[in-house]
Design a protein around this ligand. Structure first.
Ligand code: NAP
Ligand code: ZN
Length: 344
């Protein structure tokens, strides 16, 4: 089978290689999934160019947002058969620690991920634990099914199970064109909150406007000033920030008194220069929400199956054009998700 490998740091055309490997045989409790679609995310770019949160060891076999069809089941697997259409939750935790016992798999000290600690889904086949599968209904396209597992689950944690956004509240979603950003935007709108968004280009603002009261182009106006004006000086109840260093102070300054900033990433850097008085003097809170639990994954999957929110597939590429996807994400030319179809 063919599988993408990141063999070094560097330009995508130079360091993304397709290698021929044996198709994996499922071990006990495992399932081999024929990958019909696997989405890229910013972590794929970090895995290639380097990032403080990602270890520098090559080659890597990336791919965390996986949709496909069960190909073969290992010993002891019940409830799944070849041909079943599935999504994969990509965190593999110990199942025994205090965090796993309370259903917080991503807090597990032994938590490991498909696509970084285990071979990922940018391959024709991938081996995954049967416990990590959820069914994909027939009416959901495989490319759509691949466009949400991590981004929407993270956004759900940011807004709902972590951030507790209520219908009567206001929310500001940064980087609304991104994988997490466009998910957070749609979920905030679905909850019924009044939603503001930031983005960096007119064409992206036009798309984001479908789910937002107002879209702020932060390349033209400092977004905290725009929020202050839009909310008559009050600020918003929740800011979803996955950008990091470049935006932290403005995000904090966009909050109402008592508001909360939910964070899941540091795309622009992890070392913000902030005035801590702007947090404590206004009773504001900063909450880490790096990814959702297995239950968050199930919950948001149901909304997608019912069409209540819709992951946006910006483009679909075959495996041998994965470098184009990396380039597009890096150049910020995407609204929503880039999806790769390994079997085409
Ligand atoms: N994708 C996931 O499932 C996931 C899960 C957990 C954590 N995270 C973290 O969340 C962050 C975003 O991930 P993603 O996959 O959603 O990325 P993405 O699809 O590449 O979206 C990032 C968006 O952030 C905005 N942005 C603002 N400042 C930026 C800068 N300096 N560099 C790059 N983009 C900038 C851009 O949107 P505008 O042009 O609209 O401003 C861009 O489209 C990453 O730090 C990632 O590690 C992601
Ligand atoms: Zn555990």
């Amino acid at each position: 089978m063919r599988a993408v490998h990141i063999v070094d740091s560097g330009a995508p055309e130079e360091v993304l290689e397709i290698r021929e490997l044996p198709r994996p045989d499922p071990g006990p409790g495992q399932v081999t999934v024929a990958v019909r679609a696997c989405a890229l995310q910013h972590a794929d770019v970090f895995a290639r160019v380097g990032h403080p949160e990602i270890e520098e060891s090559f080659p890597k076999r990336p791919g965390t947002e996986i949709a496909g069809v069960v190909d073969e089941v290992g010993d002891g697997v019940e409830g799944w058969s070849p041909g079943d259409r599935v999504n994969v939750y990509h965190h593999v935790s110990c199942g025994e620690c205090e965090f796993c016992e309370r259903g917080e798999q991503t807090m597990c000290p032994h938590d490991r991920k498909l696509g970084s600690d285990f071979p990922g889904g940018l391959a024709e086949y991938v081996e995954v634990p049967a416990a990590n599968l959820e069914a994909v209904p027939d009416h959901v396209e495989m490319t759509t099914a691949a466009a949400w597992p991590s981004s929407f689950t993270t956004a759900w944690r940011m807004l709902v199970s972590g951030g507790g956004l209520e219908p009567s509240e206001t929310a500001l979603i940064l980087g609304a064109s991104g994988g997490v950003g466009h998910a957070a935007l749609q979920l905030a709108d679905r909850i019924g909150a009044e939603v503001y968004a930031t983005t960096s280009a007119d064409w992206k603002a036009e798309r984001a406007a479908a789910w937002a009261e107002a879209v702020i182009d932060y390349t033209e106006t400092p977004f905290d000033e725009a929020v202050t004006e839009l909310t008559d000086g009050r600020g918003v109840d929740l800011v979803a920030d996955h950008v990091g260093e470049e935006t932290w102070q403005r995000s904090i300054d966009s909050l109402a008194t008592g508001g909360r900033m939910v964070i899941c990433g540091a795309t622009s850097g992890a070392d913000p220069d902030i005035d801590i008085r702007s947090v404590y003097q206004r009773h504001r809170r900063i909450l880490g929400t790096p990814m959702g639990s297995r239950q968050d994954f199930r919950d948001v999957g149901r909304l997608i199956a019912r069409g209540e929110v819709s992951p946006v597939v910006d483009r679909v590429l075959p495996l041998d054009r994965v470098a184009e996807g990396h380039r597009a994400i890096e150049n910020r030319e995407v609204f929503g998700k880039v999806v790769v179809t390994p079997q085409e």
